[in-house]
Design a protein around this ligand. Sequence first.
Ligand SMILES: Cc1cc2nc3c(=O)[nH]c(=O)nc-3n(C[C@H](O)[C@H](O)[C@H](O)COP(=O)(O)OP(=O)(O)OC[C@H]3O[C@@H](n4cnc5c(N)ncnc54)[C@H](O)[C@@H]3O)c2cc1C
Length: 370
Amino acid sequence: MMKRVNPSHDITIYERNPAGSTYGWGVTFWDELLSNLHAADPESARSIGENAVSWNSWVTDIRERATVTVHHGDASFGISRRELLGILFQRASDLGVRVEFEHEIASEEEVEDADLVIAGDGINSMLRERHAEHFRPEISVGKNSYIWLGTTKVFDAFVFSFVETPHGWIWCYGYKYSQDHSTCVIECAPETWTGLGLHEANEADGLAVLEKLFADILDGHPLIGRAQADGSAQWLNFRTLTNRTWYRDNLVLVGDAAHTTHYSIGAGTALALGDAAFLVHALHEDPRMQSALARYERERKSAIRSAQKAAYYSARWYENLPRYIDLPAEQMVALLGERHSPLLAHVPPRLYYQVGKAIERLYSLPGFRR
Ligand SMILES: Cc1cc2nc3c(=O)[nH]c(=O)nc-3n(C[C@H](O)[C@H](O)[C@H](O)COP(=O)(O)OP(=O)(O)OC[C@H]3O[C@@H](n4cnc5c(N)ncnc54)[C@H](O)[C@@H]3O)c2cc1C
């Protein structure tokens, strides 16, 4: 984006991993990402759109109750992280940006001749951590355990699958990201995780347990993991990160290095790209770098606040699943759709549902408008 705005910029991207490697599987995004990106760089938007897969229905499957509900809505998209990064690296190279793979940057002094150093080095950002006393990062660790897996099962719709075990509920968010693969993010409460023995199982054994639990949605397809060198599975607890400030002299944070949002709202990638667009805009509009960085921090922080709130409440909804899971299926599914609401956590779920229904009925009457 910076190179498009002014081709005379001399830009290098340093990526510590080899070309074509990444973590995770596929990510979801909405039309909004494509239209925002289209305004910033139509070529990237077109390529991402062409290489994405899409769906417009959501299936909630509560196995023990033999309940499957289908909800139709606007199109959503999935793309493999590898494909997405490949497109962005290629586009950057085509525009004349140098891309150096397998080159880790541990401190900004390594690039001291740069006018501006942009740290897009993820949640564990080394550049940020060196100046933790300045950026003042705060991390809150989610209660639930999750694992990010792939599968060869290609889901037609976005699938929420809830399975009851003797140790509590475990659930999976499944969505396709290519013509032959889908992502499965599997999550459960800590007592379910240990009760099922997932805390001590190696990856192969753990996947066998999960394949059995989610056999109905997987249709015989395997789950695919990324074992660590010692064969252990990559179970994690989601970390929500915020920083008091986003820049220090000529060093500025973007994406997960600056902030993370729980995966259950599927927004982190769009927010990271949005940060980049805001930063480019601020630098382009104001030639004084410090005031441009201050503007980026101020305006972008405010722009992402509602997504951060939605992510916070969504993560809490899943951590409080027992509050909702025993409701009649129709209510449980409706409240799953309302999980971003700040009010829901404070109102008895049945009452929240009934008031919501009453309001819906009211708006369906002639003369009432939302
Ligand atoms: C389970 C799960 C599911 C998710 N699903 C979605 C989803 O559906 N949709 C969505 O939009 N978001 C999703 N996200 C969030 C999304 O993955 C992140 O928000 C996004 O990847 C942030 O992009 P980033 O470029 O800031 O950081 P990253 O993607 O983490 O990239 C950082 C890069 O910096 C490199 N790097 C790190 N340190 C150095 C260094 N010192 N020197 C050189 N290179 C370095 C890394 O190798 C990496 O390539 C999900 C996250 C999780 C955990």
